[in-house]
Ligand binder design. Structure first.
Ligand code: IMP
Ligand code: MG
Length: 340
């Protein structure tokens, strides 16, 4: 049994895309399955090329991996087709016939709703509206669209076959624990559950299929849209620290706060994490820039990570030290967490 779930532990934008891309390049999963929807953007920098992904799994940087979109996921038709063509993915990128399709009408419905756009700060990408239609059982699915003909596959069947054969499979969750419709800071949340359990459910897998659950944290916390952010810094201070980022999908500046142990601990426990990844360590410790081994990290940074391990009760398996995929420290092997 060999599914590895990678999930966010804060408010999204923890750098899951980069971690998944690193794992894919290092361990070559048979399949990577994207869950969530096209409101979530993942940025991957590989071999000097920047990928901004809203539909495709971040594992696309590993050519031997077949890319899937989960049954329970939702994708905007045009976003999917554009990504498939921009990155030349035809033949190795598949939707399930049961994957839900977002249309411009869903986007319109959200953008004309001031509560959603102003109070909640929705990305306005139609995900919630499409979700409503799915619940009311009038959403059209991938199998209803002629243009998706060459892109359909029984994604659940492929995943189950691979896992039963002992192959390595990556399950890519999107957003973060605290944006969960059920467990997050309601009503300032997204329209779906964002836990590891939910990602498995969307993909059609069970808890017993999983061998590893990595919760990803950034070295500081960011949030876009409304809702509480404990310890939030003023814009000026955040700029000075280099903590201000801009949304992949909306381009909005992200709010920022220091690493939050309390939020992290709950995310680790609720996701039953086996290990955690910490990204952007180089922003806190510039000397860590593009370090690729634990020994190369500054002493202070190692101490900070060890403290984190102690507080969270799980090991830090991966550390991001720069945007590029290769700027990563990987301790999976020494921790006995690498795929067999
Ligand atoms: P919606 O899911 O687009 O309606 O947005 C609801 C809330 O979730 C807003 O605060 C968004 O900024 C936030 N959100 C949705 N998707 C993402 C994401 O991928 N990263 C970070 N925040 C997100
Ligand atoms: Mg993002």
């Amino acid at each position: 049994m060999a599914a590895h779930v990678v999930v966010g532990g804060f408010f999204g934008d923890e750098g899951k895309g980069k971690i998944v891309a690193f794992l894919a390049r290092s361990y070559r999963p048979r399949y990577a399955v994207r869950t969530g929807a096209t409101n979530a953007g993942h940025t991957v920098v590989n071999n000097g090329r920047v990928y901004k992904l809203r539909a495709a799994p971040s594992a696309l940087v590993e050519p031997s991996t077949t890319l899937l979109v989960a049954r329970g996921a939702l994708v905007h038709l045009r976003v999917f087709l554009e990504e498939a063509s921009a990155y030349d993915l035809r033949g190795r990128f598949f939707l399930d016939p049961l994957t839900g399709i977002i249309t411009d009408e869903h986007v319109e419905r959200e953008r004309s709703d001031p509560y959603l756009m102003k109070t909640i700060g929705s990305t306005g990408t139609g995900v919630g509206a499409a979700m409503v239609d799915r619940v009311l059982r009038r959403l059209r699915l991938a199998s209803d669209y002629e243009e998706l003909r060459g892109f359909l596959a029984d994604t659940q069947g492929l995943l189950l076959d691979a896992i039963e054969a002992g192959e390595y499979v990556l399950v890519e969750a999107s957003q973060g624990y605290w944006l969960s419709l059920y467990h997050g800071t309601y009503p300032y949340v997204t329209s779906r559950d964002t836990t590891a359990a939910a990602a498995l459910s969307e993909a059609g897998l069970g808890p017993g299929h999983v061998s590893r659950i990595t919760v990803v944290f950034k070295a500081f916390v960011t949030r876009v849209g409304g809702g509480p952010l404990p310890g939030e810094l003023g814009r000026e201070e955040a700029e000075k620290l280099g903590w201000v980022e801009y949304g992949t999908v909306t381009g909005r500046p992200r709010r920022a706060a220091p690493f939050n142990m309390e939020l992290a601990r709950t995310a680790v426990r609720a996701n039953s994490a086996t290990d955690v990844a910490v990204t952007k360590l180089d922003v806190l410790f510039p000397e860590a820039r593009c370090a690729r081994s634990w020994e190369r990290l500054p002493r202070e940074a190692r101490r900070w990570l060890e403290e984190l391990e102690e507080e969270l009760g799980v090991p830090v398996s991966l550390v991001g030290t720069g945007e590029a995929v290769e700027c990563t420290v990987d301790r999976s092997r020494e921790l006995g967490l690498e795929p067999a």
